[in-house]
Design a protein around this ligand. Structure first.
Ligand code: DQA
Length: 148
């Protein structure tokens, strides 16, 4: 099983950016955490981060026929990007939306997720654990053990 973890803008600054919201662990810590999760699940994992919307669109397109599932934290593009929604719909790869924080408990503009209609599920508000829950769900779903 090949899974892609896609991270959007400013997540490379984890640890530095608003630690009271996102925690003190770095992006490298997140990568290590994700690789440990992949071992737990028995999945092959690729992790990719970009600050650029079009690069994320390209990465979703390139995932077609290569990856079985995507765990996606679109970061700020969650709340703005029709292009990312369309890319996910175009490739039809089972995708889980994740967030470290709970955007629904923050500013009003974070309450809209453009990508959510193309996602099986959203996991939010659990810090790094959001990604683990998303990966576990996606793996079970792809193995036919879980329904949405
Ligand atoms: C985020 C939440 C978004 O609202 C924000 O723009 C981010 C990170 C999260 O993981 O909590 O950059 O996606």
């Amino acid at each position: 099983m090949k899974l892609l973890v896609l991270n959007g803008p400013n997540l490379n600054l984890l640890g530095l950016r608003e630690p009271e919201i996102y925690g003190r662990r770095s992006y490298a810590d997140l990568e290590r955490f994700l690789n440990d999760c992949a071992g737990e699940i028995g999945a092959e994992l690729e992790i990719f981060q970009s600050n650029h919307e079009g690069v994320l669109v390209d990465r979703i397109q390139q995932a077609y026929g290569v990856f079985d599932g995507i765990v996606f934290n679109p970061a700020a593009y969650t709340h703005t990007s029709v292009a990312l929604l369309d890319a996910l719909k175009a490739v039809g790869i089972p995708t889980v939306e994740v967030h470290l924080s709970d955007p629904d408990k923050r500013e009003d503009f974070r309450k809209i997720s453009y990508v959510r209609p193309a996602c099986l599920k959203t996991v939010k508000g659990l810090g790094f654990e959001s990604y683990r829950q998303a990966l576990l769900f996606l793996a079970a779903y792809l193995r036919g053990e879980r329904e949405v």
